[in-house]
Each structure stands twice: as structure tokens, then as C-alpha cells.
Design a protein around this ligand. Structure first.
Ligand SMILES: NC(=O)C1=CN([C@@H]2O[C@H](COP(=O)(O)OP(=O)(O)OC[C@H]3O[C@@H](n4cnc5c(N)ncnc54)[C@H](OP(=O)(O)O)[C@@H]3O)[C@@H](O)[C@H]2O)C=CC1
Ligand SMILES: O=C(O)C1=N[C@H](C(=O)O)C[C@H](O)C1
Length: 237
């Protein structure tokens, strides 16, 4: 496939290497040097665009790809307030694949989190909270992965109905603590604690390789596709 990389930072560079190793061609790179105002013309002869930029750039990039009828795989987080418009355009024939986290490990962790929440739900002696740690360059907080984990808990717990980025002991609030430290690729921990013990589940990324491989596999899944897709469609979870 001919792939356009929109965003050539930590993830763009990691994805480029894996895509080339898997025999794909990088037909376009939009980065600080190329004009950032992506044009539909630049996307001619591109089979799929892989977009990893920042919360303020992503939506505009998606629209340009839709204008060129190029399917998009995006991992950029922090833009979901604009999700309804993307879903509308997908219902009208555009192809879009989004994941807050593309790694197999985290997507298995998402399922483990939901099942553990269902197991713990009847036991009111346990409260639950979350911590995520990322590198100091991360612009959004909490992480997109943390928000997906929070959704999994809120959907499966009888009293937790909102998350808060602060310490909270309220029955209806799920506390998320976001830490920024060094070059940490991404660590997410969920703790269920009572007065006498605690149960902790954790996912720790050693590098960005898992994220990048998942994004390239999603790109291989997307050519000619119309509609909105996610990791459940790719992994059949
Ligand atoms: N879903 C997942 O599995 C993962 C998601 N992410 C998410 O991906 C995003 C990017 O992460 P990361 O690669 O680490 O960030 P980086 O800052 O390293 O890379 C983003 C790049 O995009 C560039 N950029 C900004 N605006 C535009 C634009 N309009 N067009 C083209 N390029 C642009 C930036 O340039 P400049 O520096 O000049 O602004 C930068 O080079 C974040 O939202 C992060 O949360 C990260 C890892 C995994
Ligand atoms: O910014 C990052 O680095 C990451 N962002 C994603 C998120 O916001 O969850 C995925 C991963 O944790 C790395």
C-alpha cells in the first residue's frame, strides 16, 4: 500500500519503520517541514492515511482526507468532542479507524478491566481508582487510554457514573491520577482497594512499537472500507 503519514513525530517515525519493514510505501509525509495545511491534492494515489498529530490538528486532517476519499487510521487523542461529526461522515461513506490505544496488550487490558469491574461490582467494600503515567511531552490529560478504561468501569459498575481527574472518595466518582515523568511510553494501573487489601491490574508499554504495529495492521485493514472502525473489528474481541 501507499501510505500517507500525517504527523511525523514519535509515533510517525515508529510507524514509518514498521510500514517499510512490512513492504509498504510511504507516499507522503506531512510534518513540520511540509505545509501543515494538508490539501486533498497531496493525497492523490494514497491508499490510506495514518494520522498521529495533536488534539488541535486531528479533526482538520481527517476532513482533508475525507475530501480526498482517503481512509484514515488515527491514534491522535484529545479530540473526541468532535466525534459526532466524524461518525456522521462515516455514515455517509467515509472510512475511519480510531483507537485510543493500538497495542494488542492494551486492548486485552481493556477487556480484562471490564471483566474485573463486573466481578468486583457487588462488593461495596472495594473502591476503585486509576493512575496513568506518560512522558513529559504529552499534551492531553488524562490519556485517551485512561478515558477508554474509565468508560469500561463506568459501564459496568453500579455506583460509578463519572470520572474526575482528582482524588475523590465519592461513591459516584472514579478518580484518575495523571502523572508526567521522563520518557515513559505509557503505563496504566487500576486499583480496587478495601480497608484490608487491594487488587491492582496494570499495563506497561516498554516502547511505542506495540502502538505502531497496531496502527499499521489497522491501515492494512482499511483500504476500500467505508464506515467507522476500531480495534474490536481488527482483533475480533
Ligand atoms: N492511539 C495510540 O495507540 C497512541 C496514540 N498516541 C497519540 O498520538 C498523538 C501523537 O503522539 P506523538 O507522536 O507521541 O506526538 P509528537 O508530538 O511526537 O508527534 C506529533 C507530530 O505531529 C505534528 N503535527 C502537529 N500538527 C500537525 C498537522 N496539522 N499536520 C501534520 N503534522 C502535525 C507535530 O509537529 P510539531 O511538533 O511541530 O507540532 C509533531 O511532529 C498524541 O495525541 C498521542 O496521545 C500516541 C501513542 C499511541
Ligand atoms: O501520548 C502518548 O504517548 C500516548 N497516548 C495515547 C493515550 O493518550 O492513551 C496512547 C498511549 O498511552 C501513548
Amino acid at each position: 500500500m501507499r501510505i500517507a503519514l500525517i504527523g511525523y513525530g514519535k509515533m510517525g517515525k515508529e510507524i514509518e519503520q514498521i510500514a517499510l519493514d512490512r513492504g509498504h510505501e510511504i507516499g507522503l509525509i506531512i510534518d513540520q517541514h511540509n505545509p501543515k495545511d494538508l490539501s486533498a491534492d497531496q493525497l492523490q494515489n494514497i491508499d490510506v492515511a495514518i494520522e498521529f498529530t495533536n488534539p488541535d490538528s486531528a479533526f482538520g486532517n481527517y476532513l482533508k482526507c475525507f475530501e480526498a476519499n482517503v481512509p484514515v487510521v488515527s491514534g491522535t487523542t484529545g479530540w473526541l468532542d468532535q466525534l459526532p461529526e466524524i461518525e456522521k461522515q462515516c455514515s455517509e461513506g467515509k472510512g475511519f479507524f480510531y483507537a485510543s490505544n493500538f497495542s494488542l496488550g492494551v486492548n486485552l487490558f481493556f477487556e480484562l478491566n471490564k471483566k474485573l469491574t463486573q466481578l468486583m461490582a457487588p462488593f461495596k467494600e472495594y473502591n476503585v481508582d486509576m493512575e496513568e503515567i506518560h512522558h513529559i511531552h504529552k499534551l492531553d490529560s488524562p490519556s485517551g487510554t485512561a478515558l477508554t478504561l474509565a468508560e469500561g468501569i463506568l459501564e459496568n459498575h453500579p455506583t460509578k457514573d463519572k470520572w474526575i481527574e482528582a482524588t475523590s472518595m465519592k461513591e459516584d466518582e472514579l478518580s484518575i491520577l495523571a502523572k508526567r515523568h521522563g520518557a515513559v511510553p505509557g503505563t496504566h494501573s487500576i486499583t480496587w482497594h478495601s480497608e484490608v487489601d487491594e487488587i491492582i491490574i496494570q499495563h506497561q508499554a516498554y516502547s511505542r512499537k506495540g502502538f505502531a504495529l497496531g496502527a499499521v495492521l489497522a491501515a492494512e485493514f482499511m483500504p476500500e472500507k467505508e464506515g467507522f472502525y476500531g480495534m474490536k473489528d481488527l482483533l475480533q474481541l
